[in-house]
Design a protein around this ligand. Structure first.
Ligand code: SPV
Ligand code: MG
Length: 305
């Protein structure tokens, strides 16, 4: 968000980020929007250049890129630092996956305040305990008690009273093996607690339970989904039930693993970089993504000639 181009835009973009939140405009039932996963400043810049209007700062992907497991091994300050690098490298809004909030209501509101200070447009809190485990691993996903989790949501809303930090409440009831009724009861409680949107998560290969939730919920709040496991479903099915936002949750990180593994395997085998040269990003590409041109202009302006 900080364009160091000498035009004082740093102030403008920070102000814009805090007081008129473009994420709120993205998460609306009238028009399906897409958030792309990013996990560092580079992947954020690539997603923005590709044309995405918003980013998902994925806990799984950020953990993985730091060499941690998605089980709250990364500290909340490590998350905040990564988000700051992402926010500095793009102008599009970032929804941060803040897991279960790093503890109780107090940890959740502290994380929210710091994330907003460092440039996040919103945060997502899931209704589990601390430490959490990635939703796709195992069957031990104990849910938080509804009243206690609602307190976490209320504490975040009270800490950031402006309507410009988007709070997404994520429901893990379907993942934990409970039915639609439990998911809906939780959604209503979280709406009452002040959430701005509901993320309903599922790990089934078909979107049946997600679509049933959307039909019953009737958009009391906008609905966000993460079709990592039901990836074959065309987005027209989501538009048909007025889902607000789809998160492509981990594909930059997984793409990076495949590409890096491929290049490492070939270089070690061929003892040469000759055949991969044409397939990896050029150095000019790297310099362009990280705006080296701006630095050259600044040198012209500020260094003695
Ligand atoms: C993440 O991207 O970290 C998520 C989504 O929370 S999932 O991994 O699908 O739980
Ligand atoms: Mg996560």
């Amino acid at each position: 968000m900080r364009n160091l181009d000498g035009s004082n835009s740093e102030l403008t973009s920070n102000t814009t980020n805090i007081y008129s939140n473009p994420l709120r405009n993205l998460i609306r039932p009238e028009k399906l929007s897409f958030l792309m996963e990013a996990h560092d400043g580079l992947s954020a810049a690539i997603a923005e250049k590709a044309g995405f209007s918003g980013l998902w700062a994925s806990g799984l992907s950020i953990s993985s890129s730091l060499g941690f497991r998605d089980a709250n091994e990364a500290s909340w300050t490590q998350l905040v630092d990564v988000v700051e690098r992402m926010a500095d490298s793009v102008d599009i809004p970032i929804l941060v996956d803040a897991d279960s909030g790093f503890g109780n209501f107090n940890n959740a509101r502290l994380a929210a305040l710091k994330l907003r200070q460092r440039g996040a447009a919103g945060m997502c809190l899931e209704d589990k305990g601390f430490p959490k485990m990635n939703s796709f691993i195992g069957d031990r996903h104990p849910l938080a008690e509804i009243g206690e989790f609602s307190g976490r949501l209320r504490a975040v809303k009270d800490a950031i009273p402006e309507s410009d930090f988007v709070l997404v409440a994520r429901i893990e009831a379907l993942i934990a093996g409970h039915g639609l009724d439990e998911a809906l009861a939780r959604a209503h409680a979280y709406a009452d607690a002040g959430a701005d949107a509901i993320l309903i998560h599922s790990r089934k290969a078909e979107p049946t339970e997600i679509l049933a939730f959307a039909r019953s919920w009737q958009n009391r709040l906008p609905v966000v989904i993460v079709p990592t496991k039901y990836f074959r479903t065309p987005v027209s099915e989501y538009r048909a039930v007025n889902i607000a936002t789809v998160i492509w949750a981990n594909h930059n990180m997984r793409a990076a693993i495949s590409a890096m593994r491929n290049v490492c395997d070939r270089i070690i085998r061929e003892e040469s970089i000759a055949t991969v040269e044409g397939e990896v990003a050029t150095l000019e590409d790297v310099f362009s993504l990280l705006k080296y041109g701006e630095l050259a202009k600044a040198e012209e302006r500020y260094l003695p000639h």
